[in-house]
Design a protein around this ligand. Structure first.
Ligand code: ZN
Length: 381
């Protein structure tokens, strides 16, 4: 990629989008990984491919040297999407309408992955290289919380000086400097079954117990503190003429900092059954820890803003994201993480998902300059 052009970048994005890769379809995700692996090989990267576990696709890592040795930049992206195979031929074909390009995963986050690798390809094609070594890490299961990748991400992050995540940018191109934490909690109540007519008094209702717990848990929500607790699913009972023996519920929570995360965990773990004859089990499911803006993240952000100005555009501001990304894991480990470095657009996870074509070149240039400058004296990182 000698010259960065809108058409060239859009063609590249299209190649990514036209390989559908829903998280649950490991073979499809691995077809995407094959494509990315070929791209990384063409960049001269050393490839490590970790075979998928738990039914997910492979984790792909490509290592590129920098001008300088030592810990470098971890470039994080996910190659899975929420769109099932057939979306491309059905409700969301790749198409261009005015300034917008539509397609499954084009905004979240194949567009970001494509421009990041294009930035690296551009450096190579023009005889340059990143200042710090760059490790490209592509994840197969981000859209379901990265259950099979979290440990590998954390191991890799600790070997790096900083992390760039090319998830979609915020409104109009905002860069993500902090993320709230999210967690799922699984609740189960176990009562005592009985015929609801003949032996009602002998039964202990698991559903009734769960109802008490739901009211107690939802009362923890505190909008002023960005502390949200939602019971999203409830399943219980087997027949209307039976006192229900079992009930399950899933709680989804969002908290702003580690302090509230600990507070919520203590509250949920401390729940007691209302009825002493009913058992209550509370277990934590998939979670993403919160992280805040550190001085190092501020420095990275300021540096990115200065580079954008040199290129000729303004970063419209920073954002604290409510949703999670793999940046939660690296940010929470204290590794300076700049997220939302991907494309500008809207409609993630919908059939309106699109990116804004005029921003492809400026955002790719920004990544080129970050790779070139991060780690240099006077620059951040
Ligand atoms: Zn994403």
């Amino acid at each position: 990629m000698q010259t960065l052009t809108s058409d060239g970048l859009l063609d590249e994005v299209r190649s990514w989008v036209e390989i559908e890769s829903p998280t649950q379809d490991a073979a499809a995700v691995n077809r995407m990984a094959d494509f990315v692996e070929a791209r990384l090989r063409a960049l001269g990267a050393t490839i490590e491919r970790q075979h998928g576990t738990d039914g997910f696709g492979d984790i792909l890592i490509g290592r590129l040297p920098g001008e300088q040795n030592g810990p470098g930049i971890l470039l994080l992206g996910h190659i899975d999407t929420v769109h099932p195979v057939g979306t491309l031929a059905g409700p969301l074909p790749f198409r261009v309408e005015g300034d917008r390009a539509y397609g499954p995963g084009i905004y979240d986050m194949k567009g970001g992955n494509a421009i990041a690798l294009s930035a690296l390809a551009h450096l190579r094609a023009t005889g340059r290289r990143p200042h710090l070594p760059v490790t490209v890490m592509m994840i197969p299961d981000e859209e379901v919380g990265s259950p099979s990748s979290r440990a590998a991400i954390e191991v890799e992050a600790k070997k790096h000086r900083l992390v760039l995540v090319v998830e979609p940018s915020g409104d109009g191109g905002r860069i993500t400097i902090a993320r709230h934490g999210i967690a799922r909690w699984h609740l189960r109540t176990i009562g005592r079954p009985a015929h609801a007519g003949a032996y009602h008094a002998a039964g202990r209702s698991a559903i009734r117990e769960m109802a008490h717990q739901i009211l107690a848990i939802e009362a923890l929500t505190d909008y002023d503190r960005n502390f949200y607790v939602n019971i999203g699913t409830v399943n219980g009972g087997t027949h209307e003429n039976m006192v229900p023996a079992e009930c399950r519920a899933i709680c989804y929570s969002l908290v702003p900092t580690a302090k509230e995360e600990a507070e919520l965990a203590a509250a949920l773990r401390g729940l007691k059954a209302h009825d002493p004859d009913v058992q209550l089990e509370v277990t934590q499911g998939i979670s993403r820890p919160p992280y805040g803006k550190s001085p190092a993240i501020q420095a990275l952000y300021d540096h990115a803003c200065a580079l954008a100005r040199e290129i000729g555009f303004e970063i419209p501001g920073e954002r604290v994201a409510g949703g999670g990304s793999d940046g939660n894991f690296t940010g929470a480990l204290g590794i300076p993480t700049l997220d939302g470095m991907g494309v500008i657009g809207a409609g993630p996870h919908t059939h309106e998902e699109h990116l804004l074509i005029p921003w492809l070149v400026p955002r790719t240039r920004l990544l080129v300059r970050l790779f070139e400058t991060l780690g240099r004296p006077g620059a951040a990182g």
